[in-house]
Design a protein around this ligand. Sequence first.
Ligand SMILES: Cc1ncc(C[n+]2csc(CCOP(=O)(O)OP(=O)(O)O)c2C)c(N)n1
Length: 369
Amino acid sequence: MLSPSDDPLLGLSRVIRDDGSADPDTDPFLPDETLLAMYRELSKIRRIDVRMLGKQRQGKVGFFGTITGQEATPIATAFATRPSDWVFPALRESAIMIARGFPLSTWLAQAYGNSADLLKGRQMPSHMSGRSVQYVSWSSCIGPQIPQAVGAAYAAKLRGDDTVCVGFMGDGATSQPDFHHAMTFAARWKVPAVLVCQNNHWSISVPTEKQTASRTIAIKARAYGMPGRRVDGNDVLAVYAALDEAVRRAREGGGPSFVECLTYRIGPHSSSDDPTRYRKTEEVEAWAAKDPIARFERYLRKAELLDDARRDAILASLEEEIAAAIEAVEDLGPPPRESMFDDVYAALPPNLAAQRDELASLPAAPSGH
Ligand SMILES: Cc1ncc(C[n+]2csc(CCOP(=O)(O)OP(=O)(O)O)c2C)c(N)n1
């Protein structure tokens, strides 16, 4: 009989100890340049988050879904997958796009929904996607992306290529029927999928303990018949190690895995939420003390890869890069209004073509709309 901490579905895998040292038994031993690149990406998305929530408060962006506190999982995913692996995200993973090299100004243009937005202003902000980085659009419904990831992984298996599909969900999404369908079919068809739950303790105002009677979310994997693991989601190296193992297994034909990353949403659910109405400040403060970036920084300092001067230089270059990207897109006008007729029909039906022509003949509104 395993004790809870020995069971990968009940315990919590960690690499970075509280003092910043690494556990040699679980350390993935990444090269120094990779570790520093991870630190840069973690710091980058944190700064973008702060800037964009500010933009929403200024009325420049309609909505923003923050990820502060949850940076480790998306960044570890970007490093544990190949750029050719597909990502089926939920709300808080779009840092993967940036870490995969998606142009930051184009990513930001999606938040503004303006003329530089590849999605032509049709998606909610924070629902970014990009074909060039294999990052699929999210519908905003909680759950459908999980069976979509499994379906795409099944397609990869049938085609015989070695693509892996990673599907994300929050803890709340595991109460949705789509979770059950996805887990059932993924295991039965043995598809190359990695299903990742970012358990951030809250589904808007509903705490995880009201979500399930299971002891952990990870343990559900056992009943469906797939390997699983519960990791410290504020430990970027632990998440990397778990995902690296799961992605390799999927790529080598070993089938799907389920990974629960235990973390915490430090900010509001979104810019439309006031979390002080349902959770205690002490709880937030306790989790803020487990900040994933501060923790990784302690590790890098202990390993003598980072000092004040190097940290300041990284943060200053990020500040410059982000400010330039914001400046490049912030004041662009909206997408051309006729673009609303694009992308649905291969050949526009005559009635819609007539409406488009009529629209084009009307004067532009003063705002350019
Ligand atoms: C099918 C469906 N039901 C309800 C909602 C409203 N809703 C939006 S976000 C959310 C909570 C999601 O919680 P979780 O899956 O834990 O992810 P998190 O936002 O915490 O990352 C809910 C219920 C929705 N978008 N879709």
